[in-house]
Design a protein around this ligand. Structure first.
Ligand SMILES: Cc1cc2nc3c(=O)[nH]c(=O)nc-3n(C[C@H](O)[C@H](O)[C@H](O)COP(=O)(O)OP(=O)(O)OC[C@H]3O[C@@H](n4cnc5c(N)ncnc54)[C@H](O)[C@@H]3O)c2cc1C
Length: 448
C-alpha cells in the first residue's frame, strides 16, 4: 500500500479544519487537510459567522476579503410569537469591533479560508478524499487510511498518509473519534430539523428570524432570494410527517407564517426537504497519543443558539496556538502534551454552552413539541423569553453567548497579518479601502 507523509493531517474541511489548517500553515507546519466532498457547496452547514470570528478574521488580515462576501449583518435576533414579536438578543450592546452575526452561506467562508491557506507554502488541501480509518503504530496514532471519492460517493483504492499528529475535525458523526474508542457522554435530545428552502420576495423580512407558535418552532434565514428554513420537529417524528403528502408541511408553514403561503408550492416534494438529525454529545477525552479531536468531532452541538461554528473555530485557534511549535520541532511528546492541553482550555466553554443548549431543549423546545404532539395550540411564552421581553437589558446575555461565547480565542502573533489584498476571480488582487461597501446583496440590517 502506497504511503505518503505529512507533519499534521487535519481530517475534515469544515470551520474547525480550515481554520486549523490556515493557522498551522502560517506557523510553518507542513499540514494536509483532507475533505471528502469535492467542494464546500452544501447548504446544511449553518450560515453564521459570529462576532468573535469576525475579530479573528481582522487579526488574520482577512477582513477585507470577508467584507466582499455577500453577507447580511444580523444585529438583533427576533422571535415572532402568536402574541407579537420579541427582540431576544441585541448585538449592538456588545463592545466588539463587529457587533453583529454575519449571515453568509458557509461555502463562501470556507472558500475564503482555503484561498488564504493556499498562499502558504506548507499547506495542502485534498478535496474528494475520504478518510476511512486510523493507522496505528503500537499505542500511537500514526496516520490515516484514505481513498479518493468519486462523484457517486464510491471510493477508490485505499492508501495511507502518515502524520506526526492527526486532528479529527470530521464533524458530529466523526469516524475518527468513533475509531479511537474514546468514551462519549451523550445528552438526551428531543428534536430534529427539517431543512428546506422557500423563495424570498422584495419587502419580506430580512436577517434571521424565529417563529414560535402552534407547538412548532420555525427558523428562517435570509439568503437573499430565498429563505433557508429550519423546522424543529420532535425526534423520531420525521417518518410520521413524511407519511403524508408534502402539502402537510406547506400547510404547517403557512399556518405559522401566513405571508409565506403564496410561494410554498416551491417545495415540490419531500425530496427537497432534508432531515437533519440533531445530537448533543461530548468526548470525555479529546486526545490520545498522535490524535486530537476538535469541533463537533469532540463535542457535537445542537443548532440551538447557532453557536457550534464559533466553538469549532475557537477550538481550532486554541489548538493551532499550542501545536505549531512542537509540531515544527518534530517533538512527539511535546505535541501530545500540547494536544491534551487543548481539552483543558476548551472544556469550560464547551460544557457551559452544551449545558445551556440542554436546558433550552428541556425547558423550551420539549414543552413546545409536546404541545404539538397533543395537538394543542400552545400560546404560552417560554419563561426565558418572557424575562427578556420584560427586561430588555437582558438582551445582552444571549448576544454575548451567541456572538462571542464564553472564552473567545485570539490569533497568535505569528499568524497575524496586516489587511490582505482581495483576490478576485481573475487572480488579480486589490486592497479593499476601509469605507468600501459590500456587494449589493449585503450587508443589510434586519428589519427593525
Ligand atoms: C441542523 C443544524 C443546524 C445548525 N446550524 C448552525 C448555525 O446556524 N450556526 C452555528 O454556529 N452552528 C450550527 N450548527 C452546528 C454546526 O453545524 C457545527 O457545530 C459546526 O459545523 C461544527 O464545525 P466542524 O468544523 O467541527 O464540523 P463540520 O462543519 O461538520 O465539518 C466537518 C467536515 O468534515 C468532513 N468529513 C466528515 N467525515 C470525513 C471523512 N471521513 N473524511 C474526510 N472529510 C470528512 C465533512 O464533509 C465536513 O466538511 C447546526 C447544526 C445542525 C445539526
Amino acid at each position: 500500500m502506497a504511503q505518503e507523509r505529512t507533519t499534521c493531517c487535519v481530517v475534515g474541511g469544515g470551520p474547525a479544519g480550515m481554520i486549523l489548517g490556515l493557522l498551522l500553515a502560517r506557523g510553518g507546519v507542513e499540514v494536509t487537510v483532507l475533505e471528502k466532498h469535492a467542494d464546500f457547496l452544501r447548504d446544511f452547514r449553518g450560515d453564521t459567522v459570529h462576532t468573535s470570528t469576525l475579530t479573528l478574521l481582522d487579526e488574520l488580515g482577512l477582513w477585507p476579503r470577508f467584507e466582499q462576501l455577500p453577507y447580511r449583518a444580523l444585529t438583533k435576533a427576533r422571535i415572532r410569537l402568536d402574541s407579537g414579536d420579541v427582540d431576544f438578543a441585541d448585538m449592538t450592546r456588545l463592545r466588539q469591533p463587529h457587533p453583529m452575526v454575519a449571515m453568509v452561506p458557509q461555502w463562501h467562508l470556507l472558500d475564503m479560508l482555503a484561498t488564504a491557506a493556499a498562499e502558504e507554502p506548507t499547506f495542502t488541501l485534498r478535496m474528494s478524499t475520504e478518510v476511512t480509518g486510523l493507522v496505528r503504530d503500537g499505542d500511537r496514532v500514526a496516520g490515516v487510511r484514505l481513498a479518493d471519492r468519486a462523484e457517486d460517493g464510491s471510493l477508490g483504492p485505499e492508501s495511507e498518509l502518515a502524520a506526526d499528529l492527526v486532528v479529527a475535525c470530521d464533524g458530529r458523526d466523526s469516524r475518527l473519534s468513533a475509531d479511537s474508542g474514546l468514551p462519549l457522554y451523550r445528552y438526551h435530545v428531543p428534536l430534529d430539523v427539517e431543512w428546506f428552502r422557500v423563495p424570498r420576495r422584495e419587502g419580506d423580512p430580512e436577517g434571521g428570524l424565529g417563529r414560535v407558535g402552534r407547538g412548532r418552532f420555525l427558523v428562517f434565514l435570509d439568503r437573499g432570494d430565498y429563505y433557508q428554513c429550519a423546522l424543529i420537529i420532535g425526534k423520531g417524528t420525521d417518518a410520521r410527517l413524511r407519511s403524508g403528502d408534502v402539502q402537510g408541511l406547506r400547510d404547517l408553514v403557512a399556518g405559522m407564517n401566513p405571508w409565506m403561503a403564496d410561494r410554498l408550492d416551491a417545495i415540490g416534494s419531500w425530496d427537497e426537504v432534508k432531515l437533519l438529525e440533531v445530537t448533543l454529545d461530548r468526548l470525555k477525552r479529546w486526545s490520545v497519543p498522535g490524535l486530537l479531536c476538535l469541533g463537533d468531532a469532540a463535542h457535537a452541538m445542537s443548532p440551538v443558539g447557532g453557536v457550534g461554528i464559533n466553538l469549532a473555530i475557537q477550538d481550532a485557534v486554541a489548538a493551532g496556538r499550542v501545536l505549531a511549535g512542537p509540531l515544527r520541532a518534530g517533538d512527539d511528546a511535546a505535541t501530545d502534551r500540547a494536544a491534551a492541553s487543548v481539552q483543558r482550555r476548551r472544556t469550560v466553554p464547551t460544557v457551559l454552552t452544551q449545558t445551556l443548549q440542554d436546558l433550552a431543549h428541556r425547558r423550551v423546545v420539549a414543552p413546545l413539541l409536546s404541545a404539538e404532539a397533543t395537538d394543542q395550540v400552545d400560546t404560552r411564552v417560554p419563561w426565558p423569553i418572557r424575562m427578556i421581553e420584560r427586561f430588555p437589558v437582558l438582551q445582552w446575555l444571549p448576544a454575548r453567548l451567541v456572538g462571542v461565547g464564553a472564552l473567545p480565542e485570539h490569533a497568535p502573533a505569528w499568524a497575524r497579518r496586516a489587511p490582505m489584498p482581495v483576490v478576485d476571480a481573475s487572480g488579480a488582487s486589490s486592497l479593499a479601502s476601509s469605507g468600501r461597501k459590500a456587494p449589493s446583496s449585503g450587508p443589510v440590517s434586519p428589519r427593525a
